[in-house]
Write a protein that binds this ligand. Structure first.
Ligand code: BGC
Length: 718
């Protein structure tokens, strides 16, 4: 008999976990279900890798400590708790989602997972699969847009990639954490069927494809119960209907009770110093001893943790610190940025050619590219760039406005050779206009900083950037706008500019990626994963619930109390009348066209679709030809939508790289849940027999081919 029989790889992860549990004392079991933020422990645990979370191991049994790091967009290092430790910063989640490319999402996840191992981490906290219901949400840049299929597929692939490194990846924030304002008090209310068809479907698809070892709860309540003690979400849906075998960890400071949370399905308390008490330490031990929480539940909590660690290779291939090849990893970030940049307008000025002088303006384009704030903040290797302190708002405690050191100016100069490329900071519209006046093209960079813990008061570009763009365009010089924003913005100057490029937060090689798209080294292929509304009046909630505005400061309206916790003691509810109709589905239902629709994006080529066939039955299968009718090689992303319950739903897409004149036939088969309605009385998914309309389009608002098929009646389990 080996001394550690649970190390026998021929046994199942469940059997190995049970062997370990038989050896654990009650105290050891308790020690595995709660843990601190190591940076707030003095002195920090000797074996902590100094990320956001730490759970001590049990050395005598070979159970490794859990070293947890935020990792939505790379290995995070907010507040530089690991001084000097840089990492490869990916483009934002919305940029990654704009690629619509599952293989790139896998590669990005695999790269982040490998850096985690290099730094001694074995649990990644991210990414997120929350749907962007609120375009002003401060964390949209960490998420993957507004569609459950696109979000689920890409989140799942990123997780699969990350976990290919023998580590655990966490899917977050379960669920309906769709606004940062009041995130610690808000009760998000929604109809069950609508929730199943939207946010929960995104998580469900991500879990099916990615098999994450853990799931993190959100801060908010859902239909009256905190996410971390929500029996419906955790026990019934996640662990019941979906048979999820992994563990559920809390968000940092999101635990409110002991026995209630444990019984509702929470398995681990994270970042415990942020909770009012350590609920899963001595208090849980007492609850178990007094029978308020059965011992079997504690054993199951520990089982789920150990099982995931074993199933995902943490026991058999422990993380060991290694040197990181940042040059190689930056190429992954650059590929994602290049594929995620979306060309929103082009009157022919792009790609740049035949120029004598180009004037670059604004957004610190001489230094780098913007990134988003909060727990996901990555610090680039080498740590130059630019950091601007944040002086007000809840994020000021942990965020700095950070520009990764990848300057569009240097990158463009490198690519444009003998062309004169000038730079003006853009702080004064008139000076900038002067700087543009004798150029052939002016390229105005505009940005919008977003951060965890705060939502945006408006969708307008902050500061005087709209006036800056308008002043430069008014010179008559052809003006290209490059947006580095965390979420959609309003573009009041659109008719006056020659081209518009949405570069999102493009990551550690963002400057190079932008330059290569501007000059045509890269043919843009990104498609929007989120709608750009014409006005905040068109949104489900024209005002963000709970955001409180004070008197104007220096003429500007700013929220005085972003999280609104003081103002909203006790219950504070946000209704979700849009139900499952998030984003483009809401705009279609409300009959409100957008400024730029979901799925939209231009190319330097043109593409045409023809010869549609649609087959029905248990689901729909759609085939059609895609032809590159332009004169450049390029990649197109035709999208297939079905009309279900009176509105459009994305049921699939294909990314097709084509040479000029080349045609390829593509086939898309729908996940039948996308053609169904969720019926709580079944319970499950129901498809009624009948006709379904499908269309192939270049966006949710532009359909090129239309067809229909007959669906057979069927039901599917939840
Ligand atoms: C965030 C999580 C993050 C955690 C640890 C929380 O504030 O909501 O996404 O993983 O902090 O840093």
């Amino acid at each position: 008999m080996p001394t550690q029989p649970w190390m026998d790889k021929s046994l199942s992860p469940d059997a190995r976990a049970e062997l370990l549990i038989a050896e654990l004392t009650l105290d050891e079991m308790i020690s595995l279900v709660h843990g601190p933020m190591p940076a707030l422990v003095n002195p920090p645990p000797a074996d902590a890798a100094m990320g956001a979370g730490y759970i001590p191991g049990v050395e005598r049994l070979g159970i490794p400590p859990l070293n947890e790091t935020d990792a939505s967009l790379g290995i995070a290092n907010p507040r530089k708790i690991r001084p000097g430790d840089g990492a490869t910063g990916l483009p934002s989640g919305l940029a990654l989602a704009s690629t619509w490319d599952p293989e790139l999402a896998y590669a990005a996840g695999a790269m982040v997972g490998s850096e985690a191992r290099d730094k001694g981490f074995n649990v990644l906290l991210g990414g997120g699969a929350n749907l962007a219901r609120e375009p002003r949400c401060g964390r949209n840049f960490e998420y993957l847009g507004e569609d459950p299929l696109l979000t689920g597929v890409l989140a799942g692939e990123a997780i699969r990639g990350a976990q290919s490194n023998d580590i655990v990846c966490t899917l977050k924030h379960f669920a309906l954490n769709d606004q940062e304002t009041c995130r610690h008090v808000v009760d998000a209310r929604i109809d069950e069927g609508a929730l199943r068809e939207s946010d929960l479907l995104a998580f469900q698809i991500a879990i099916e494809r990615g098999d994450p070892g853990s799931v993190m709860c959100a801060y908010n309540r859902i239909n009256g119960e905190w996410a971390g003690e929500n029996d419906f979400l955790l026990n019934q849906v996640l662990k019941g209907d979906w048979a999820y075998p992994g563990w559920v960890m809390s968000d940092w400071g999101a635990v409110h009770t002991t026995a209630k949370a444990a019984l509702a399905g929470l398995d681990q308390e994270s970042g415990e110093q942020l909770d009012k008490q350590v609920y899963f330490g001595e208090l849980l031990k007492e609850a178990v001893q007094q029978g308020e929480a059965p011992f079997e539940r504690l054993a199951n909590m520990v089982h789920r943790i150990l099982r995931s660690l074993i199933a995902h290779g943490v026991f058999d291939h422990p993380a060991e610190r290694r040197e990181t090849d940042y040059q190689a990893n930056a190429k992954v970030a650059q590929s994602a940025a290049e594929a995620g940049i979306v060309l929103l307008k082009n009157d022919g000025v792009l790609p740049l050619s035949g120029m004598r002088k180009v004037a670059l303006i604004g957004a610190h384009a001489d230094v780098g590219v913007l990134s988003g704030g909060g727990s996901s903040q990555v610090i680039a290797p080498g740590e130059q760039g630019l950091e601007i302190p944040v002086t007000m708002g809840p994020s000021s405690a942990f965020s700095r406005i950070t520009y990764h050191p990848s300057a569009p100016l240097a990158a463009l100069r490198g690519l444009l050779g003998n062309v004169a490329v000038t730079y003006d900071a853009g702080t004064d519209p008139q000076t900038a206009a002067e700087a543009a006046r004798d150029a052939d093209v002016a390229i105005v960079f505009a940005d919008q900083w977003c951060t965890e813990a705060e939502d945006l008061p408006t969708l307008s570009l902050p500061g005087d950037q709209d006036a800056l763009i308008a002043a430069v365009a008014a010179t008559g010089v052809k003006t290209v706008v490059v947006l580095e924003t965390g979420t959609p913005v309003l573009t009041p100057w659109l008719d006056d500019v020659a081209a518009l490029l949405q570069a999102w937060y493009p990551g550690v090689r963002g400057g190079e990626a932008i330059a290569r798209v501007l000059t045509g080294e890269v043919n843009p292929s990104g498609r929007l994963p989120i709608s750009f509304p014409r006005s905040t009046d068109d949104l489900v909630r024209p005002q963000i619930p709970g955001m409180i505005f004070g008197p104007p400061v220096e003429g500007k309206t700013i929220p005085t109390s972003f999280p609104g916790v003081q103002q909203h003691k006790g219950r504070f509810s946000v209704e979700h009348p849009e139900g499952a109709d998030v984003g483009y589905r809401w705009f279609a239902r409300a009959g409100k066209p957008t400024a730029f629709p979901f799925g939209f994006g231009l190319s330097y080529s043109r593409f045409g679709y023809s010869d549609l066939t649609v087959e029905g039955g248990d689901t729909v299968t759609v085939s059609f030809d895609v032809t590159n009718t332009g004169d450049r090689a390029g990649t197109d992303t035709p999208q297939v939508y079905a009309t279900v319950a009176g509105g459009p739903r994305l049921i699939g897409w294909s990314r097709v790289a084509l040479q000029p004149g080349e045609t390829r036939r593509v086939t898309v088969t729908a996940d039948p849940r996308l053609l169904a309605s969720y019926d709580v009385s079944l319970p499950g998914w129901g498809i009624a027999a009948g006709k379904v309309e499908v269309a192939v389009g270049t966006s949710a608002e532009t359909m090129t081919l239309r067809g229909e098929a007959r669906l057979a009646a069927r039901t599917l389990k939840p």
